[in-house]
Write a protein that binds this ligand. Structure first.
Ligand code: SF4
Length: 433
Protein backbone atom coordinates (compact mmCIF):
# COMPACT_ATOMS: atom_id res chain seq x y z
CA UNK A 1 0.00 0.00 0.00
CA UNK A 2 2.82 2.38 0.90
CA UNK A 3 4.69 1.35 -2.21
CA UNK A 4 1.62 1.96 -4.34
CA UNK A 5 1.19 5.34 -2.71
CA UNK A 6 4.73 6.48 -3.37
CA UNK A 7 4.99 5.08 -6.88
CA UNK A 8 1.67 6.58 -7.93
CA UNK A 9 3.27 8.88 -10.49
CA UNK A 10 4.56 6.04 -12.70
CA UNK A 11 1.39 4.00 -12.27
CA UNK A 12 -0.90 6.91 -13.12
CA UNK A 13 1.18 8.02 -16.09
CA UNK A 14 1.06 4.50 -17.49
CA UNK A 15 -2.70 4.20 -17.10
CA UNK A 16 -3.29 7.60 -18.65
CA UNK A 17 -0.91 7.28 -21.56
CA UNK A 18 -1.08 3.58 -22.42
CA UNK A 19 -4.63 2.73 -21.40
CA UNK A 20 -6.07 6.17 -22.20
CA UNK A 21 -7.82 6.35 -18.82
CA UNK A 22 -9.05 9.67 -17.50
CA UNK A 23 -7.52 10.96 -14.26
CA UNK A 24 -9.98 12.63 -11.91
CA UNK A 25 -8.77 14.28 -8.71
CA UNK A 26 -10.64 13.49 -5.52
CA UNK A 27 -10.14 14.12 -1.81
CA UNK A 28 -11.67 13.08 1.51
CA UNK A 29 -12.63 9.54 0.49
CA UNK A 30 -15.11 9.91 -2.37
CA UNK A 31 -13.60 7.88 -5.23
CA UNK A 32 -16.57 5.57 -5.90
CA UNK A 33 -18.25 7.42 -8.78
CA UNK A 34 -14.92 7.73 -10.58
CA UNK A 35 -14.20 4.01 -10.27
CA UNK A 36 -17.73 3.28 -11.51
CA UNK A 37 -16.98 5.43 -14.58
CA UNK A 38 -13.95 3.21 -15.31
CA UNK A 39 -11.69 6.22 -14.76
CA UNK A 40 -8.86 6.70 -12.23
CA UNK A 41 -9.45 8.66 -9.03
CA UNK A 42 -6.32 10.33 -7.73
CA UNK A 43 -5.53 12.22 -4.58
CA UNK A 44 -3.25 14.62 -6.42
CA UNK A 45 -0.19 14.41 -4.15
CA UNK A 46 0.32 10.93 -5.61
CA UNK A 47 1.35 12.44 -8.93
CA UNK A 48 4.45 13.84 -7.23
CA UNK A 49 7.87 12.18 -7.17
CA UNK A 50 8.65 10.73 -3.74
CA UNK A 51 11.83 9.52 -2.15
CA UNK A 52 11.48 5.75 -1.84
CA UNK A 53 13.24 3.84 0.88
CA UNK A 54 15.44 1.07 -0.56
CA UNK A 55 14.05 -1.50 1.86
CA UNK A 56 10.55 -0.67 0.66
CA UNK A 57 11.52 -1.42 -2.95
CA UNK A 58 13.19 -4.66 -1.90
CA UNK A 59 10.30 -5.62 0.37
CA UNK A 60 7.80 -4.93 -2.37
CA UNK A 61 9.63 -7.17 -4.85
CA UNK A 62 10.20 -9.89 -2.25
CA UNK A 63 6.63 -9.96 -0.97
CA UNK A 64 5.12 -10.02 -4.44
CA UNK A 65 7.40 -12.99 -5.25
CA UNK A 66 7.23 -14.93 -1.98
CA UNK A 67 4.36 -13.46 0.07
CA UNK A 68 4.78 -11.86 3.51
CA UNK A 69 5.27 -15.06 5.48
CA UNK A 70 8.18 -16.33 3.45
CA UNK A 71 9.72 -12.87 3.14
CA UNK A 72 9.69 -12.55 6.94
CA UNK A 73 11.41 -15.90 7.28
CA UNK A 74 13.98 -15.20 4.58
CA UNK A 75 14.87 -11.84 6.10
CA UNK A 76 15.03 -13.29 9.58
CA UNK A 77 17.17 -16.31 8.66
CA UNK A 78 19.38 -14.88 5.95
CA UNK A 79 20.27 -11.57 7.51
CA UNK A 80 19.49 -11.95 11.17
CA UNK A 81 17.40 -8.82 10.97
CA UNK A 82 14.55 -7.96 13.23
CA UNK A 83 11.77 -7.88 10.65
CA UNK A 84 9.63 -5.56 12.73
CA UNK A 85 12.47 -3.08 12.96
CA UNK A 86 12.71 -3.09 9.15
CA UNK A 87 8.97 -2.46 8.81
CA UNK A 88 9.14 0.29 11.47
CA UNK A 89 11.99 1.99 9.63
CA UNK A 90 10.23 1.67 6.28
CA UNK A 91 6.96 3.11 7.59
CA UNK A 92 8.79 5.91 9.32
CA UNK A 93 10.50 6.84 6.07
CA UNK A 94 7.25 6.57 4.12
CA UNK A 95 5.40 8.89 6.50
CA UNK A 96 8.31 11.35 6.54
CA UNK A 97 8.51 11.30 2.77
CA UNK A 98 4.77 12.02 2.45
CA UNK A 99 4.94 14.78 5.06
CA UNK A 100 7.91 16.51 3.41
CA UNK A 101 5.88 16.53 0.22
CA UNK A 102 2.80 17.85 2.04
CA UNK A 103 4.84 20.80 3.34
CA UNK A 104 6.21 21.42 -0.15
CA UNK A 105 2.66 21.47 -1.55
CA UNK A 106 1.51 23.78 1.27
CA UNK A 107 4.32 26.24 0.42
CA UNK A 108 3.36 26.06 -3.25
CA UNK A 109 -0.25 26.83 -2.34
CA UNK A 110 0.76 29.82 -0.24
CA UNK A 111 3.17 31.11 -2.91
CA UNK A 112 0.51 30.86 -5.59
CA UNK A 113 -2.13 33.07 -4.24
CA UNK A 114 -4.08 30.99 -1.73
CA UNK A 115 -4.12 33.24 1.34
CA UNK A 116 -2.06 31.52 4.03
CA UNK A 117 -4.78 32.06 6.60
CA UNK A 118 -6.59 29.14 5.00
CA UNK A 119 -6.17 25.80 6.74
CA UNK A 120 -3.12 23.67 5.97
CA UNK A 121 -5.13 21.04 4.08
CA UNK A 122 -6.69 23.51 1.65
CA UNK A 123 -3.35 25.22 0.98
CA UNK A 124 -1.67 21.85 0.39
CA UNK A 125 -4.47 20.67 -1.91
CA UNK A 126 -4.23 23.86 -3.91
CA UNK A 127 -0.46 23.35 -4.18
CA UNK A 128 -1.00 19.75 -5.37
CA UNK A 129 -3.30 20.94 -8.15
CA UNK A 130 -0.97 23.79 -9.04
CA UNK A 131 1.94 21.37 -9.30
CA UNK A 132 0.40 18.59 -11.39
CA UNK A 133 -3.13 19.75 -12.22
CA UNK A 134 -2.37 19.99 -15.94
CA UNK A 135 -2.44 16.20 -16.29
CA UNK A 136 -5.88 15.93 -14.65
CA UNK A 137 -8.98 15.50 -16.80
CA UNK A 138 -11.35 16.74 -14.12
CA UNK A 139 -11.81 17.34 -10.42
CA UNK A 140 -14.70 15.72 -8.55
CA UNK A 141 -15.64 17.89 -5.65
CA UNK A 142 -18.17 17.37 -2.89
CA UNK A 143 -19.27 20.82 -1.77
CA UNK A 144 -19.34 21.08 2.01
CA UNK A 145 -20.70 23.83 4.15
CA UNK A 146 -17.25 25.26 4.75
CA UNK A 147 -16.89 28.59 2.97
CA UNK A 148 -13.11 28.26 2.72
CA UNK A 149 -13.31 24.80 1.15
CA UNK A 150 -15.86 25.97 -1.39
CA UNK A 151 -13.88 29.09 -2.23
CA UNK A 152 -10.78 26.98 -2.77
CA UNK A 153 -12.73 24.54 -4.96
CA UNK A 154 -14.00 27.39 -7.13
CA UNK A 155 -10.46 28.67 -7.53
CA UNK A 156 -9.37 25.30 -8.93
CA UNK A 157 -11.32 26.01 -12.13
CA UNK A 158 -8.39 28.02 -13.48
CA UNK A 159 -6.10 24.98 -13.11
CA UNK A 160 -8.50 22.13 -13.91
CA UNK A 161 -11.25 23.49 -16.18
CA UNK A 162 -13.52 20.45 -15.78
CA UNK A 163 -15.02 20.81 -12.34
CA UNK A 164 -17.73 18.38 -11.26
CA UNK A 165 -19.58 19.53 -8.16
CA UNK A 166 -21.76 17.37 -5.96
CA UNK A 167 -23.64 19.61 -3.61
CA UNK A 168 -24.79 17.99 -0.36
CA UNK A 169 -27.95 19.79 0.83
CA UNK A 170 -28.54 20.39 4.54
CA UNK A 171 -30.70 17.60 5.95
CA UNK A 172 -33.95 18.89 7.34
CA UNK A 173 -35.67 16.41 9.63
CA UNK A 174 -39.18 17.53 8.63
CA UNK A 175 -38.43 17.24 4.93
CA UNK A 176 -36.33 14.09 4.52
CA UNK A 177 -37.92 13.02 1.22
CA UNK A 178 -37.32 16.38 -0.42
CA UNK A 179 -33.68 16.41 0.77
CA UNK A 180 -33.14 12.92 -0.61
CA UNK A 181 -34.68 13.93 -3.94
CA UNK A 182 -32.32 16.91 -4.22
CA UNK A 183 -29.34 14.71 -3.30
CA UNK A 184 -30.31 12.08 -5.88
CA UNK A 185 -30.55 14.75 -8.58
CA UNK A 186 -27.17 16.17 -7.58
CA UNK A 187 -25.57 12.71 -7.85
CA UNK A 188 -27.27 12.13 -11.23
CA UNK A 189 -25.92 15.42 -12.53
CA UNK A 190 -22.39 14.48 -11.43
CA UNK A 191 -22.78 11.05 -13.06
CA UNK A 192 -23.79 12.53 -16.39
CA UNK A 193 -20.87 15.00 -16.25
CA UNK A 194 -18.47 12.17 -15.47
CA UNK A 195 -19.89 10.17 -18.38
CA UNK A 196 -19.33 13.15 -20.68
CA UNK A 197 -15.69 13.53 -19.59
CA UNK A 198 -14.76 9.84 -19.54
CA UNK A 199 -16.88 8.71 -22.49
CA UNK A 200 -18.03 5.75 -20.35
CA UNK A 201 -21.52 4.95 -19.10
CA UNK A 202 -22.02 4.61 -15.36
CA UNK A 203 -24.54 1.81 -15.03
CA UNK A 204 -26.41 0.49 -12.01
CA UNK A 205 -24.20 -2.57 -12.23
CA UNK A 206 -20.93 -0.65 -12.29
CA UNK A 207 -22.09 1.38 -9.29
CA UNK A 208 -23.15 -1.70 -7.34
CA UNK A 209 -19.92 -3.52 -8.18
CA UNK A 210 -17.89 -0.57 -6.91
CA UNK A 211 -19.98 -0.18 -3.74
CA UNK A 212 -19.48 -3.89 -2.97
CA UNK A 213 -15.69 -3.55 -3.30
CA UNK A 214 -15.77 -0.33 -1.25
CA UNK A 215 -17.89 -2.00 1.44
CA UNK A 216 -15.34 -4.79 1.83
CA UNK A 217 -12.53 -2.23 2.11
CA UNK A 218 -14.54 -0.43 4.78
CA UNK A 219 -15.18 -3.68 6.68
CA UNK A 220 -11.41 -4.33 6.86
CA UNK A 221 -10.83 -0.73 7.89
CA UNK A 222 -13.35 -1.08 10.71
CA UNK A 223 -11.76 -4.39 11.74
CA UNK A 224 -8.45 -2.59 12.18
CA UNK A 225 -10.12 0.17 14.18
CA UNK A 226 -12.41 -1.91 16.36
CA UNK A 227 -10.73 -5.31 16.64
CA UNK A 228 -7.00 -4.56 16.45
CA UNK A 229 -7.07 -1.12 18.12
CA UNK A 230 -9.03 -2.46 21.07
CA UNK A 231 -6.71 -5.46 21.49
CA UNK A 232 -4.33 -5.51 24.46
CA UNK A 233 -1.61 -6.83 22.20
CA UNK A 234 -0.51 -4.94 19.09
CA UNK A 235 1.20 -6.50 16.04
CA UNK A 236 3.93 -3.83 16.27
CA UNK A 237 4.82 -0.97 18.56
CA UNK A 238 2.06 1.67 18.98
CA UNK A 239 3.99 4.39 17.14
CA UNK A 240 4.30 2.16 14.05
CA UNK A 241 0.67 1.17 14.45
CA UNK A 242 -0.33 4.85 14.50
CA UNK A 243 1.69 5.31 11.31
CA UNK A 244 -0.30 2.55 9.65
CA UNK A 245 -3.52 4.30 10.71
CA UNK A 246 -2.20 7.61 9.35
CA UNK A 247 -1.31 5.95 6.04
CA UNK A 248 -4.77 4.42 5.83
CA UNK A 249 -6.33 7.85 6.37
CA UNK A 250 -4.25 9.37 3.58
CA UNK A 251 -4.44 6.46 1.11
CA UNK A 252 -8.17 5.80 1.56
CA UNK A 253 -8.94 9.09 -0.18
CA UNK A 254 -8.43 7.57 -3.62
CA UNK A 255 -8.18 3.87 -2.58
CA UNK A 256 -4.69 4.12 -4.11
CA UNK A 257 -6.34 4.53 -7.54
CA UNK A 258 -7.14 0.82 -7.83
CA UNK A 259 -9.99 -0.35 -5.60
CA UNK A 260 -9.50 -4.10 -6.17
CA UNK A 261 -5.77 -3.93 -5.42
CA UNK A 262 -6.44 -1.80 -2.35
CA UNK A 263 -8.99 -4.34 -1.15
CA UNK A 264 -6.45 -7.16 -1.52
CA UNK A 265 -3.87 -5.13 0.41
CA UNK A 266 -6.35 -4.41 3.18
CA UNK A 267 -7.21 -8.08 3.40
CA UNK A 268 -3.51 -9.00 3.65
CA UNK A 269 -2.92 -6.31 6.23
CA UNK A 270 -5.69 -7.60 8.48
CA UNK A 271 -4.56 -11.22 8.07
CA UNK A 272 -0.99 -10.25 8.88
CA UNK A 273 -2.02 -8.29 11.97
CA UNK A 274 -4.21 -11.12 13.27
CA UNK A 275 -1.48 -13.70 12.64
CA UNK A 276 1.10 -11.66 14.53
CA UNK A 277 -1.22 -11.15 17.46
CA UNK A 278 -2.01 -14.88 17.51
CA UNK A 279 1.67 -15.81 17.48
CA UNK A 280 2.50 -13.21 20.13
CA UNK A 281 4.70 -11.17 17.77
CA UNK A 282 4.43 -7.50 18.60
CA UNK A 283 3.89 -5.67 21.85
CA UNK A 284 1.77 -5.91 24.99
CA UNK A 285 -0.05 -2.57 25.18
CA UNK A 286 -2.53 -3.45 27.94
CA UNK A 287 -1.25 -0.76 30.30
CA UNK A 288 -0.98 1.99 27.67
CA UNK A 289 -3.89 4.46 27.50
CA UNK A 290 -5.67 4.78 24.13
CA UNK A 291 -5.36 8.36 22.92
CA UNK A 292 -7.37 9.55 19.94
CA UNK A 293 -5.78 12.32 17.85
CA UNK A 294 -8.35 14.06 15.63
CA UNK A 295 -8.93 15.47 13.15
CA UNK A 296 -5.77 14.83 11.15
CA UNK A 297 -6.92 14.79 7.51
CA UNK A 298 -6.60 18.58 7.11
CA UNK A 299 -3.02 18.52 8.40
CA UNK A 300 -1.44 17.39 11.65
CA UNK A 301 1.89 17.09 13.37
CA UNK A 302 3.05 13.50 12.74
CA UNK A 303 5.50 13.69 15.64
CA UNK A 304 2.48 13.62 17.95
CA UNK A 305 2.08 9.83 17.95
CA UNK A 306 5.82 9.34 18.58
CA UNK A 307 5.63 11.72 21.54
CA UNK A 308 2.58 9.91 22.91
CA UNK A 309 4.40 6.57 22.58
CA UNK A 310 7.47 7.90 24.38
CA UNK A 311 5.17 9.15 27.16
CA UNK A 312 3.57 5.71 27.57
CA UNK A 313 0.42 6.00 25.45
CA UNK A 314 -0.88 4.59 22.16
CA UNK A 315 -2.19 7.09 19.62
CA UNK A 316 -5.03 6.37 17.20
CA UNK A 317 -6.29 8.09 14.08
CA UNK A 318 -9.86 7.47 12.95
CA UNK A 319 -11.08 10.52 10.99
CA UNK A 320 -13.05 8.63 8.35
CA UNK A 321 -14.92 6.56 10.91
CA UNK A 322 -15.83 9.65 12.92
CA UNK A 323 -17.02 11.42 9.77
CA UNK A 324 -19.08 8.45 8.57
CA UNK A 325 -17.03 7.90 5.42
CA UNK A 326 -16.31 4.26 6.16
CA UNK A 327 -19.95 3.42 6.71
CA UNK A 328 -21.10 0.92 4.13
CA UNK A 329 -23.31 1.88 1.19
CA UNK A 330 -26.34 -0.37 1.19
CA UNK A 331 -26.42 -2.56 -1.92
CA UNK A 332 -29.12 -5.05 -2.81
CA UNK A 333 -30.33 -6.64 -5.99
CA UNK A 334 -33.38 -4.45 -6.39
CA UNK A 335 -32.16 -1.23 -4.84
CA UNK A 336 -31.43 1.94 -6.76
CA UNK A 337 -27.66 2.54 -6.34
CA UNK A 338 -27.94 6.28 -7.02
CA UNK A 339 -30.44 6.60 -4.18
CA UNK A 340 -28.25 4.39 -1.95
CA UNK A 341 -25.25 6.61 -2.64
CA UNK A 342 -27.31 9.75 -2.03
CA UNK A 343 -28.37 8.35 1.38
CA UNK A 344 -24.78 7.52 2.23
CA UNK A 345 -23.69 11.10 1.46
CA UNK A 346 -26.53 12.59 3.51
CA UNK A 347 -25.69 10.31 6.44
CA UNK A 348 -22.02 11.28 6.27
CA UNK A 349 -23.02 14.92 6.14
CA UNK A 350 -25.13 14.37 9.25
CA UNK A 351 -22.13 12.92 11.06
CA UNK A 352 -19.73 15.76 10.48
CA UNK A 353 -18.62 16.60 6.94
CA UNK A 354 -21.47 19.11 6.90
CA UNK A 355 -19.45 21.08 9.49
CA UNK A 356 -22.34 21.00 11.98
CA UNK A 357 -21.00 21.39 15.53
CA UNK A 358 -23.60 19.21 17.24
CA UNK A 359 -23.33 16.43 14.66
CA UNK A 360 -19.56 16.43 14.89
CA UNK A 361 -19.59 16.42 18.68
CA UNK A 362 -21.96 13.44 18.71
CA UNK A 363 -19.77 11.51 16.27
CA UNK A 364 -16.77 12.07 18.50
CA UNK A 365 -18.68 11.09 21.63
CA UNK A 366 -19.91 7.86 20.00
CA UNK A 367 -16.47 6.87 18.82
CA UNK A 368 -14.83 7.65 22.16
CA UNK A 369 -17.50 5.56 23.90
CA UNK A 370 -17.41 2.63 21.47
CA UNK A 371 -13.67 2.26 21.45
CA UNK A 372 -13.25 3.03 25.15
CA UNK A 373 -10.83 5.83 24.37
CA UNK A 374 -8.93 7.04 27.46
CA UNK A 375 -7.98 10.49 26.21
CA UNK A 376 -8.44 12.75 23.22
CA UNK A 377 -6.12 15.24 21.59
CA UNK A 378 -8.04 17.73 19.48
CA UNK A 379 -5.94 19.05 16.64
CA UNK A 380 -6.97 22.65 16.10
CA UNK A 381 -6.07 23.82 12.63
CA UNK A 382 -4.95 27.36 12.10
CA UNK A 383 -7.32 29.07 9.65
CA UNK A 384 -10.32 26.79 10.24
CA UNK A 385 -13.17 28.86 11.64
CA UNK A 386 -15.76 26.24 10.66
CA UNK A 387 -14.55 23.56 13.03
CA UNK A 388 -12.43 25.47 15.52
CA UNK A 389 -15.42 26.88 17.35
CA UNK A 390 -16.70 23.35 17.93
CA UNK A 391 -13.58 22.17 19.70
CA UNK A 392 -13.99 23.92 23.05
CA UNK A 393 -17.59 22.62 23.22
CA UNK A 394 -16.38 19.17 22.24
CA UNK A 395 -13.59 19.25 24.82
CA UNK A 396 -15.91 20.12 27.68
CA UNK A 397 -18.64 17.66 26.57
CA UNK A 398 -16.17 14.80 26.38
CA UNK A 399 -14.94 15.72 29.84
CA UNK A 400 -18.36 16.18 31.43
CA UNK A 401 -20.33 13.37 29.72
CA UNK A 402 -17.65 10.69 29.43
CA UNK A 403 -15.10 11.85 31.96
CA UNK A 404 -12.41 11.48 29.33
CA UNK A 405 -9.65 14.11 29.56
CA UNK A 406 -9.22 16.16 26.39
CA UNK A 407 -6.64 18.67 25.27
CA UNK A 408 -6.52 21.06 22.30
CA UNK A 409 -3.23 21.44 20.43
CA UNK A 410 -2.60 23.91 17.62
CA UNK A 411 -1.34 23.09 14.15
CA UNK A 412 -0.22 25.38 11.37
CA UNK A 413 2.46 23.50 9.44
CA UNK A 414 4.34 20.22 9.92
CA UNK A 415 7.41 20.66 12.13
CA UNK A 416 6.52 24.19 13.21
CA UNK A 417 5.17 23.68 16.72
CA UNK A 418 6.78 20.43 17.90
CA UNK A 419 8.40 21.74 21.09
CA UNK A 420 5.21 23.41 22.30
CA UNK A 421 3.19 20.27 21.55
CA UNK A 422 5.76 18.14 23.36
CA UNK A 423 5.56 20.30 26.48
CA UNK A 424 1.74 20.28 26.40
CA UNK A 425 1.59 16.52 25.96
CA UNK A 426 4.10 15.88 28.74
CA UNK A 427 1.74 17.61 31.19
CA UNK A 428 -1.34 15.99 29.65
CA UNK A 429 0.01 12.42 29.79
CA UNK A 430 0.70 12.83 33.53
CA UNK A 431 -3.05 12.38 34.00
CA UNK A 432 -2.74 8.71 33.05
CA UNK A 433 0.04 7.86 35.51
S1 SF4 B 1 -13.69 22.85 7.68
FE1 SF4 B 1 -11.75 23.73 8.39
S2 SF4 B 1 -10.25 22.11 7.97
FE2 SF4 B 1 -12.06 21.64 6.74
S3 SF4 B 1 -11.66 22.65 4.77
FE3 SF4 B 1 -12.85 24.10 6.02
S4 SF4 B 1 -11.27 25.41 6.95
FE4 SF4 B 1 -10.22 23.55 6.24
Amino acid sequence: MSYNFLTGRDYLTKRKQKEKKKLISVALGFPDLVFAANAIPVFPIRMEKFKINLYLMALNSATSLFGWDLTTKILGIARQLDFLKVVEKVLDDVVNSINDKYNEMYDLGVENGVPSDLCYGVNALYGMHKSRGSVLDANLNFAMRCGKWNKFSESLQSIVPNQIWVNIPPREAENEDKTLEIMVNNVKKAISELEGITGNYITDNSLKKQFRIGNQVKRFYKTILYEICSSDFYPCNPATFAEILALLTISFQDYNSNAQRYLENMSQLVTEMRERIKKGIGMDVSDMPRILIAPMFGGWEPETHEIIYELGGRALYADWEILGLIDEISVSENSDPVEDYARFLLDASKKGIGCDSDALTNSYLNFVKNLEIDGIIINQLFGCPSLSNSYEILKSKIKSELEVPAIVINFRKIGENVDVVKAQLRTYMEIFK
